[in-house]
Design a binder for this molecule. Structure first.
Ligand code: GMT
Length: 379
């Protein structure tokens, strides 16, 4: 198949999922075309089956806001015609599903039929999409997609609750390439960052309010009172500076390392003992899955789709949003005893295997095929 993929090219989970999906589809013999404004961060494999087409939005002083949807729509039409793209998979409803629908209508005028698959990722529904400013257009775009998927059952239910949806929503969970997380390092040089007796706790996110960064710091503060430990904070975002300030106020700044965005997530996870994800809402929690795939147990909130990924008492523990005391208690339960820690590490890895890329990508292929057949039958 010739598949177009539209996504955000940044460090966010939706872009990561779209990129890993495209790479895997290309390995399975499909021709994949990424169409976005920058080469996706994890896309380093451009080749005969993977192409990248940049959407450029020229600055024009008349516009207070530069019209990205318009530029994306035009690019989609041009690329579909040039490369004979058969199906378009858009990740994140805003504005991708909307631009895709406009492109589809323009192509229809020329007798070209382009089926659209929209994957909902979370914030496009729970945080941004349901805002009254966007809701009408988001509802329309979801209903006009030829197939809709969501990355968890919880997100599907949120979508049905928040929007008036006429389409079926297929749950296709996020996935992970287990093999990649298994054999990469013989020695990840843990001793560069921590002493042998120190446990390493990690948090990775885009440091937005929804991630509840102060809860990560406060939980770590409680942990390090009981056992020697270091905290690795990976990512960039508006909550990073206040977090650095909080570490100073609590007197733990020498125990917390802020990395910024990193291309070495696998190495950081390789030497981690525990991952913390206390988010207020989280449709899936790809970062937690990546941690588990590296054998790192997860202390998380129980919000959104996280309980579908992190199993309480098995791969880690779940607490109510904001319950720092419970998260601290659970973290210490795992970390204080080496046998317990080893068991949780093994169970985390095992649970991650349920989301192996080789089980999930065929589900997308099946959806593409069914959508293409359904659309051809309607012609
Ligand atoms: O919140 C983020 O970390 C970024 C956001 C995005 O849109 O990229 O992530 C969302 O999509 C990820 C991939 O499907 C999910 O794993 C995250 O849980 C989801 N974030 C939220 O729901 C807050």
């Amino acid at each position: 198949m010739k598949i177009g993929i539209v996504c955000y090219p940044t460090f966010g989970g939706s872009g990561v999922v779209a990129t890993e999906l495209g790479i895997e589809l290309s390995k399975r013999g499909h021709e994949v075309h990424f169409i976005t404004y920058k080469q996706p961060v994890r896309l380093d494999l451009l080749g005969s089956n993977v192409h990248y087409h940049e959407v450029t939005v020229p600055e024009y002083p008349l516009f207070h806001y530069q019209p990205y949807e318009l530029a994306l729509t035009s690019k989609l039409v041009d690329m579909v015609k040039l490369h004979k793209i058969e199906i378009l998979h858009v990740h994140y409803a805003i504005p991708h599903a909307y631009a895709a629908y406009m492109a589809k209508k323009m192509l229809q005028e020329e007798g070209i039929y382009l089926p659209i698959v929209t994957t909902l990722h979370g914030t496009d529904i729970t945080l941004v999409g349901s805002h009254p400013f966007y809701k009408t257009a988001v509802t329309f775009s979801i209903n006009k997609s030829d197939a809709v998927t969501s990355v968890s059952e919880s997100l599907k239910q949120d979508t049905l609750r928040l929007f008036d949806i006429k389409n079926d929503i297929h749950v296709v969970t996020n996935f992970i390439d287990i093999a990649k997380h298994t054999h990469q390092f013989n020695d990840c040089q843990r001793d560069l960052l921590a002493n042998e007796d120190e446990k390493i706790i990690t948090h990775i996110s885009n440091f937005r309010e929804v991630k509840r960064i102060p809860d990560v710091i406060k939980t770590f503060f409680n942990i390090q009172k009981e056992i020697p430990a270091k905290l690795m904070m990976v990512g960039e975002g508006p909550e990073k500076e206040p977090a650095e300030q909080l570490c100073i106020e609590l007197g733990i700044e020498d125990k917390v390392i802020f990395f910024g965005n990193s291309h070495e997530i696998d190495r950081i996870l390789c030497y981690s003992d525990l991952f913390i994800l206390p988010s207020k809402t989280e449709s899936f929690g790809l970062a937690a899955l990546e941690a588990m795939a590296s054998g790192v147990p997860v202390i998380s909130s129980d919000s959104g789709g996280i309980p579908e990924v992190n199993i309480h008492g098995v791969s880690g523990y779940l607490s109510q949003v904001g319950d720092v005391e419970d998260m601290s208690k659970n973290a210490l339960l795992i970390l204080k005893d080496e046998n317990t820690l080893a068991n949780f590490k093994e169970a985390a890895k095992k649970q991650a295997c349920n989301f192996d890329i080789y089980q999930i990508v065929p589900k997308y292929e099946a959806i593409y095929e069914a959508t293409l057949s359904k659309c051809k039958a309607l012609l």
